[in-house]
Design a protein around this ligand. Sequence first.
Ligand code: CUK
Ligand code: CUA
Length: 866
Amino acid sequence: MDWVTRFRKLLGAAIGVCLVTTLSTASSELEKIMKKRGLTQEDLLAAAKTYTPSGKHDKYIVFSSGGQSGQVIVYGVPSMRILKYIGVFTPEPWQGWGYDSDTKKILEQGYYHGKPITWGDTHHPAISETDGKYDGRWLFINDKANPRIAVIDLHDFVTKQIVVNPVFKSDHGGAFVTPNTEYVIEACQYAAPFDNNYHPIEEYADVYRGGVTMWKFDRKKGRIVPEKSFTIEMPPYMQDLSDAGKNMSYGWAFTNSFNSEMYTGGIQKGLPPFEAGMSRNDTDYLHVYNWKKLAELAKDPKNVKIINGHKVIPIEVAVKHDALFLIPEPKSPHGVDVDPTGQYIVVCGKLDTHATVYDFKKIMKLIKNKEYVGKDPFGIPILDLKKSIHGQVELGLGPLHSQFSPVDGEIYTSLYVDSQVVKWNFKTLKVIDKINVNYNIGHLCGMEGKTADPQGEYIIALNKLAIDRFNNIGPLHPQNHQLIDISGKKMQLLYDMPLPLGEPHQAVAIRASKLHPEVRYPMGTNPFTGEPHEGKTLAGQERIERKGNHVYVYATMVRSHINPEHITVNKGDKVTIFLTNLERAEDETHGFTVDWYNVHASLEPGKTARIDFVADREGVFPYYCTEFCSALHLEMMGYLLVKDPKKKYVSAQKVKLKKMSKEELMKEYKKIVATNKATDEVIQSVVKFLKEHHYEKYPLVKQLVVDALDQYGKIPEQKKKADEAFKKGDIEKAILFENMIWQYMVKTADMGIRAKDLLVRKIATPMSEAAKRGEVAFKEGGCNGCHVIGKVSSGPDLTGVLSRHENGEKWVFEFIKNPEKFYNDPYVKAMIDYFNLKMPNQNMSDQEIKDIIEYLKWVDENANLF
Ligand code: CUK
Ligand code: CUA
């Protein structure tokens, strides 16, 4: 009855607390470690600002592009702990992403001209906004290589949609959202013909085009609506990054470019390469366009051309309606960032050492007065650079991207060539501070740093190169995300995080408090529709159905079995397996795979998934759960048996199995029934405790109790089956069902005890620092090997021990210090005889013993809880 004893022990087990040492011992210990590891005071300060103790959570959540992995990386700030890789454009095996039929469908949405694409070049994640502030509901990200945009639901951190751009052949300036997420902006990068035909490079200026696609987002459905989306045609200037105006500049958007030269390369013909021709002019063009007006225009068929089934607003139409303008910008710029008020638009030079600050008010005045300095070859009015700007600031070499802080005018810009972050003021046009980063920073990520409500506190430098920062792991190094504290006057570098998925161009950070993800799905949900899955299967509904040569399996998974456990099909059959995870318990995910068929599904609590394959090979194929979900996880399996209908099989049964006698069976039956009874008593005592102490008042405890009772609720049905079998005289079967009951009890007790521990922590009197240390000493010193608080186990219960002896504290102190001296004391001798064990000398220090006594005092104060 090992388990029952274990639960009894656990029941009384003391609760865990973190290690706290006195300040003086701590500081000498600290000095020792500093010396040994060569740490400075500044290092310690940095550590204190990032280190996040076990169980503590981060203030900010970062969504980083996963670069060429085509995924999104989720991590916390300030801890820089990676929390998740979200499968987006490419298969992600753990999540079953691309290995079950439901997720394959999403990946198929991203097939480019019908071709499966299994990689992506993600650049810019964007969080959905309301009034220019993050609302934490959706995330968007682009794939530059195959112009696509993905929609990720932040209720479950799962990709729900991929759309392919119908006219572009690459994109870069996306995903960016308009202030109420009306549209998701996707700007083209490499100009190409909008149709899918051959056009010689000599026709570049005539046929090749760039542009910006405005993808309409339906917030209620959480999906992009392609029919309501449109593209604004633009000259083949190689549009680059974009940003939407906000507040004052709401309704407008800005996209820069780097090839106003319309240079077409030709290195193989003896011409200078692209890089020379594209950076020839001193200026390129910032595109300024009124998306709000263009969206209205796009509704009228007169104003659009339909290309590849998609609405395109021609340049002439945009110009005619005063909705598209150009302003020169210093050569080959990169980032364009709108400040929180919407008045200032900061463009970084890349090849120019300056940042240029445009003033939206000035731009609007020029537009209102139709004050143009000319037109480009496509007839787009050009505004005067000098008259549009607030000013320019020399920042350093290779300025790329910018982020804002809550301090008025304060802005942080990355310097790629200088490997620095520069803090400056875009209003006063003064540089304030610079910090070196390692090395070659691209984007930088502020906390909500590009919203109308930037939070300041930190900047993350997203460095392209790591060079010497980490252990050498071969020629391909990780990328380096560096956390910088910007709360003080000087920026302080806090932490280096190597990112093994490159190249993560951009990351966005949001306050964790703004995210409200679910921990489970309503039972039988298809996460991609939010509706009950076609294959939703509840307990008792498991079945195998055949329709012609298509076999449908409706299966369930719950700790620790898959139902059904045998699936027999004919070679050549199509097989569909629907799987429902019946768990309600938080984090009880099961995985599912079948040998050889290259399928895998991740089944989070409540989810239903579908798997399809053709049973094209004869044989025996084990299937099993791929998550270590319980102690009997390895037993969570079954067999797919594929037989060839054309073959005759001869029986191979030769092994004679020894049968148990009726008496032996009865003995085993009684034993398991008794175990179940004892376990149930333990469960009932926990339930009693929980009820008496009003567990329902504590949401976290309540959740655990609900999870526990969910397991417990499965017992009556099993009991019925056990009793029926017993009545029929099938004791063997009755034993098996009783065993199943015991499994459910173990799971109930497991969670019930966690609930009780948590509850005790909530209602007990607070522990003094000394008592906390005492508890640690009690556990680490091994006292709890024999003494269980609240229970008699291999040694006496210590509740009340301090009042059991005259001058109790002194007695206990002496006894712990020198137990040997007491072996002949009549009381101690009686104990030794009773337990057949002697209290050993644990060589505790005086301080430790004193702390343990403080702990025992706390135990006595809370004796009613144990
Ligand atoms: S880009 Cu990579 S550093 Cu794609 Cu936003 Cu600038
Ligand atoms: Cu379910 Cu392992």
